[in-house]
Design a protein around this ligand. Structure first.
Ligand code: XCC
Ligand code: SF4
Length: 625
């Protein structure tokens, strides 16, 4: 028998989401929430992490009566192996994204593309110098060519450490060296994790956990960091600007194109095509008032940061955005794209377009996009959307709200610029206690939890306590919709943040970018630690992913911890079936790397935990509470 649908108010805190869920029910369109109900209750063994499918002597599951798998692996080994592969998956996602940016830069250097170019030469020179490339008096293309070599090298097996470890405080590098956590090469760590977790290899859970951390560090300090830095080089380093969020950014009188996925390489071209006068004219000829490009998830974040395009929504809004009935096309690259979008698009006139050979969707229209043909393909995609506009059924259109304003564009370069050229004023504000500390709130939505209740709840609690919040990934749209990303939000903050952010004209919650851009937060922490002359683990900072779901979010959490940042998760990964692994994650790592995970579903309690942590770190630094 079908289960009763849950009240929409329980599923999301947002009116726009609730309205579209009701529309979905009225039109008989299934969403993530119905499918979650069908999948509940979940398999207990999988939830605990004690099921193993790594070989065909199994599959095995650990129970009190069967405490070892066929090969003899116990719960600790099985949980650690599963967790290790989970982290490898997440690291692979971000890092393969980073690799794609190196390939674009290589195409620029080789003259294989007319569509992409180097937008920020200064940034390229700066990062090249950081990774040991000679820049003095050289042509920019020569610098770029050498940088391409260094970054491709970071993915391989020839190095003792990845290049951006030059940013890491000395003390931290010594810790990693001592425990065998220094990331050597992205592909190497990921492949080694797959090797270690084959039957009969790494059968010591703590040892597997150390390599899981090393794998995640290769993501944070190489794959993701390269992704961020080269995106800035190619598309421009973000500077503050204003934009908007929620389903109200979809326009009834325009051709609406949503970009979804993670990488700016395709979506930047779609946006550029949509801004061409000739294509706008074609849209107008069909009676539209123009072409509107809006973002979903992280490719949305990328374009929001650099181009100021509005955000239609985060993870759990992706299906609902199509329910407005006003979306002509959704153009995707990869990651976090629910395959169900193809079916929902099929219920409307919406074209679902995939663009990456490594992320094809059955039923999608495929465009094979490469650096040499990107703009031409993007124009075709925009034309397809314009054509679809003629088929839109006005009677099924429902755009449920007006957009909310937000401020975006906080790269480290922009922040340092706003501070007058150095981090000193920020350090002074931290020392004075006006900014007591900082927490990065990052990551996803998960249909198991009321959408954005924890993301928004935690941000609000933290700023009240004069803790600066940096938002990335799907937390961005949540914070934006809640009105936290505008300068006026200082009214919701404590007196210290109100003073500092007020004088700078910035919000108490800063949009720091997409998920790979968490590397910006790593870089900021490292720079702060270097400025004060301490390790990252000595700083009054933290990280949180309240509503995470993905392998990538787990990798982010783990590289944050391994970098010395106390990290909160709203719910645990599937590790609770091993006391050893659970204890390592929630306390053992503290002894090893000076930080650990904390699991807490309640945002108010979580804010108190951060408060305690920040107090103790401030005290240890000799600062006032
Ligand atoms: Fe995906 Fe980055 Fe999570 Fe959003 S936040 S649901 S991973 S899009 Ni990274
Ligand atoms: Fe079972 Fe061991 Fe094979 Fe896993 S590796 S399926 S525990 S026999």
């Amino acid at each position: 028998m079908a289960k009763e649908p849950r009240p929409v108010e329980e599923l999301s805190i947002w009116k726009d989401a609730q309205a579209m869920m009701k529309k979905a029910r009225a039109e008989g369109i299934e969403t993530v929430h119905e499918r979650l109900q069908q999948q509940t209750p979940h398999c207990k063994f999988c939830e605990l992490g004690v099921s193993c499918r790594i070989c065909t002597m199994g599959p095995c599951k650990i129970t009190p009566k069967a405490p070892r798998g066929v090969c003899g692996a116990d719960a600790d080994v099985i949980v650690a192996r599963n967790f290790g592969r989970f982290i490898a998956g997440g690291s692979a996602g971000h890092s393969d994204h980073g690799r794609d940016l190196i390939e674009v830069l290589e195409a620029i250097v080789e003259g294989d593309t007319k569509d992409y170019s180097i937008s920020d030469e200064n940034k390229l020179r700066a990062i090249a110098a950081e990774v040991g490339v000679e820049t003095e008096g050289r042509e920019i293309m020569d610098v770029a060519r050498d940088a391409v070599e260094v970054f491709f090298g970071d993915f391989g097996s020839r190095k003792k450490q990845v290049a951006f470890l030059s940013r890491v405080p000395e003390k931290r590098r010594q810790i990693w060296d001592r425990i065998g956590m220094t990331p050597r090469g992205v592909d190497r760590e990921i492949a080694e994790m797959m090797h270690r977790t084959h039957m009969g290899c790494d059968n010591d859970a703590p040892n597997t956990m150390v390599h899981a951390a090393r794998t995640s560090l290769s993501d944070g300090w190489a794959g993701s960091m390269i992704g961020t830095e080269l995106s800035d080089v190619i598309f421009g380093t973000p500077t503050p600007s204003m934009s908007e969020a929620n389903l109200g950014v979809i326009k009834e009188d325009k051709v609406n194109l949503l970009v979804h996925g993670h990488n700016p390489v395709v979506s930047e071209m779609v946006l550029a095509a949509a801004r061409e006068p000739e294509l706008i004219k074609e849209a107008e000829a069909l009676g539209a008032k123009g072409i509107n490009v809006a973002g979903l998830c992280c490719t949305g974040n990328e374009l929001l940061m650099r181009q100021g395009i509005p955000m239609a929504g985060n993870h759990l809004m992706t299906e609902l955005a199509l329910l407005t009935g006003a979306v002509e096309a959704v153009v995707v690259d990869y990651q976090c794209i629910m395959p169900s979008l193809v079916q929902i698009a099929g219920c409307y006139h919406t074209r679902f377009i995939d663009t990456a050979q490594k992320a094809r969707f059955t039923g999608a229209i495929h465009y094979d996009i490469h650096p040499h043909n990107a703009m031409e393909q993007a124009r075709d995609i925009v034309r397809l959307a314009i054509k679809a506009y003629a088929e839109r059924d006005a009677s099924r259109v429902d755009i449920p709200c007006e957009p909310v304003k937000l401020m975006t564009g906080f790269s480290n370069e922009a922040v340092i610029g706003a501070l007058g050229g150095s981090l000193t004023p920020l350090v002074d504000a931290i020392k004075a206690g006006d900014i007591r500390g900082a927490v990065g709130i990052v990551g996803c939505n998960n249909p198991k939890f009321q959408q954005d209740s924890m993301n928004v709840g935690l941000a609000k609690e933290l700023i009240k306590k004069d803790i600066l919040v940096l938002a990335t990934g799907c937390v961005t749209t949540a914070a934006g919709k809640a009105g936290l990303l505008v300068p006026e939000a200082i009214e919701m903050a404590g007196p210290g943040l109100k003073k500092v952010c007020g004088s700078l004209g910035i919000p108490p919650v800063l949009h720091y970018g997409s998920c790979v851009d968490n590397s910006r937060i790593l870089q900021l922490c490292a720079a702060l630690a270097n400025e004060i002359g301490v390790d990252i683990s000595d700083l009054p900072v933290g990280a949180s992913s309240p509503e995470w779901y993905s392998e990538k979010a787990a990798a982010i959490g783990l590289y944050a911890v391994a970098s010395g940042i106390y990290t909160h998760l709203g719910h645990p990964p599937n590790i609770l079936g091993s006391e050893t692994v659970t204890n390592i994650a929630t306390s053992g790592l503290e002894d090893l790397v000076g930080a650990s995970f904390v699991i807490e579903p309640d945002p108010v309690k979580t804010a108190e935990l951060f408060d305690e942590r920040i107090k103790s770190k401030r005290k240890a630094l000799g600062l006032s509470e």
